[in-house]
Write a protein that binds this ligand. Structure first.
Ligand code: PMT
Length: 402
C-alpha cells in the first residue's frame, strides 16, 4: 500500500558513519509513495556523495545555504514550506547542539528554524558522546519544543564500543514516519464520501456535467484513510487514481450516485458530500442521437434527488458534512444550506475563480457549523483536506461525547 502517497519528506543528512543508511531511508520512503528531497550538511558529504542521493531521488541534492541558483529555485524557505515532515538521519552530536542553540549556520539548521512542520531526529554518535550531559540536555530541550527524537539504538558501534548511540534501522524510521501520518483521529470510524461531477445523459452522445475534477474529494478520502478510518468513496466520472486504503465505487449520473450513497450512509459514522451532483437531469433520455433542427432546441429538465438532504432525513443518520460551491455571498448561502439541508457542518469554497474550487490544485474553505466557524487558508488540496479532516474529527467527537 502507498501509505506515504502525496507525502513530502525532507531528509536531512548530517556527518556521521550512519550517513550511508540514509540512502536506504530514502529508498524505503519512496517505496511507500513519498516524494523525498535531500539536504546534506557539508560534513555529511565527507561520508557519502550527494550523487548517491541524487541518483536515488532523481532530484538535485541541496547542500549550500548561500547558493544563488538554488535560492532562485527551491531555496531554504521554500524547502521548509515544501516538506510535510523533516527527518534528520543521522543527526550528529554537533548538529543536535547547533539545533538546540537555535543556530542557522548551514542550510539544514536554517530550514529547521524556518519550518513549522514536524521535525524528527535520529541521533547517531559514539556512546559516550550520547551519554554526555550536554547532548542529553540538548535532546531534552528539543523534545520539549516538540521535536521527535527517534532512538538511538543500543549495540556494537562503528568505534568498537557497545552502548546507546547507533542510529535506528531505516525500517524503524520509516515506521515512525508512517505512524506520524496515521493520526488516528478517525480510528475505528466508517467514513463515506462522494466526489467529482455527475454526467446527465441527453442522448447516447451528449450529457450535462460540470467542472469538478474530484481532486478535493479524493484528497479528503486519503486524509480520512490516513486518520485511521475505513473509507468508501463514491466517485463520479474522474481521471484520478484511487487513494490508498480506500474502497472506490464508480458512478456516472446523479441517480447512480444516490443509489450508491443512500444504502451505504446507513452504515457510516460520517458522510462527507464533496461531489458536485447535478441539480437537474433531462426528463427523457433519447435512445437515438437528437438531430439538429433550424429553430433551436429545448430540453425539459427535472430535479435530481438531493442526496445529502435525503441522508440527513435517515433514521440513525451519520454526522453529515456538506460542501457549498458559491460565486457570490458565500457565507450567506453556505449558512442557508447548513440549515436547509440539516447538516452538521458545511465547507464553503469559491468557484469560478483562479486558484480555488473546481479543478484547481489549490483551495481555501470557510467552514461553518451551529455556533462556530473556521477559515482554512489557501493551500494544496491534500494539505487542506488534512486540516478539514482534523476539524471534522474534533466536531464529530465533541458531538458524540456530549
Ligand atoms: O472536484 P474539484 O475539482 O476538486 O472541486 C471541488 C468542488 C468545488 C467540487 C468541491 O469543493 C465542492 O464545492 N463541492 C460541492 C459542489 C456542490 O454541488 O455544491 P452545492 O452548493 O451545489 O451543493 C451543496 C451540497 O449539496 C453539496 O455537499 C452537494 O454534494 C450536495 N448535493 C447537491 C445536489 C444534489 N442533488 N445532491 C447533493 O447531495
Amino acid at each position: 500500500m502507498n501509505k506515504l502517497q502525496h507525502r513530502r519528506v525532507l531528509l536531512g543528512v548530517t556527518g556521521g558513519v550512519a550517513a550511508y543508511k540514509a540512502a536506504e531511508v530514502l529508498r524505503l520512503c519512496q517505496s511507500l509513495g513519498a516524494e523525498v528531497r535531500v539536504v546534506m550538511t557539508p560534513a555529511a558529504t565527507e561520508f557519502i556523495a550527494p550523487l548517491t542521493f541524487q541518483a536515488l531521488s532523481g532530484l538535485p541534492v541541496h547542500t549550500q545555504l548561500l547558493d544563488a541558483e538554488q535560492e532562485a529555485g527551491m531555496g531554504h524557505i521554500n524547502l521548509a514550506r515544501w516538506a510535510d515532515v523533516i527527518l534528520v538521519a543521522p543527526a550528529s552530536a554537533d548538529f543536535i547542539a547547533r539545533l538546540a542553540a537555535g543556530m542557522a549556520n548551514d542550510l539544514l539548521t536554517t530550514i529547521l528554524l524556518a519550518t513549522e512542520k514536524t521535525i524528527m531526529l535520529a541521533p547517531a554518535m559514539n556512546r559516550a558522546m550520547f551519554e554526555d550531559p550536554k547532548t542529553q540536555q540538548n535532546l531534552s530541550k528539543l523534545a520539549a519544543q516538540g521535536v521527535l527524537v527517534l532512538g538511538p539504538d543500543e549495540g556494537l558501534q562503528a568505534c568498537g564500543e557497545i552502548g546507546f548511540g547507533r542510529m535506528l534501522q531505516p525500517e524503524s524510521l520509516l515506521q515512525s514516519i508512517v505512524e506520524h501520518f496515521s493520526s488516528g483521529e478517525l480510528a475505528g470510524l466508517k467514513v463515506l464520501l462522494n466526489a467529482g461531477p455527475t454526467q446527465e445523459a441527453i442522448d447516447p452522445v451528449r450529457f450535462i456535467t460540470n467542472h469538478s475534477s474530484g481532486k478535493m474529494g479524493f484528497a479528503l478520502a486519503q486524509a480520512c484513510a490516513d486518520a485511521g478510518a475505513q473509507v468508501t468513496l463514491v466517485a463520479g466520472p474522474v481521471h484520478l487514481p484511487t487513494p490508498s486504503g480506500v474502497e472506490r465505487i464508480d458512478v456516472i449520473s446523479a441517480s447512480d450516485m444516490a443509489e450508491a450513497v443512500l444504502p451505504r450512509a446507513q452504515q457510516a459514522d460520517i458522510f462527507i458530500a464533496t461531489a458536485a451532483v447535478a441539480d437537474y437531469t433531462p426528463a427523457v433520455v433519447s435512445d437515438n442521437k437528437l438531430k439538429k433542427n433550424a429553430s433551436g432546441m429545448q430540453l425539459n429538465l427535472i430535479k435530481t434527488t438531493d442526496i445529502i438532504s435525503t441522508v440527513t432525513q435517515q433514521k440513525g443518520r451519520p454526522f453529515c458534512v456538506g460542501f457549498a460551491a458559491e460565486t457570490d455571498a458565500l457565507e450567506t448561502y453556505a449558512k442557508g444550506k447548513l440549515i436547509d439541508k440539516s447538516l452538521d457542518m458545511i465547507a464553503a469554497n469559491w468557484v469560478g475563480q483562479k486558484d480555488s474550487g473546481f479543478n484547481s490544485d489549490l483551495n481555501a474553505l470557510s467552514v461553518y457549523w451551529q455556533n462556530g466557524e473556521q477559515l482554512l487558508d489557501s493551500k494544496s488540496k491534500p494539505e487542506l483536506a488534512r486540516e478539514l479532516i482534523s476539524l471534522i474529527a474534533t466536531r464529530y467527537h465533541e458531538k458524540n461525547t456530549t
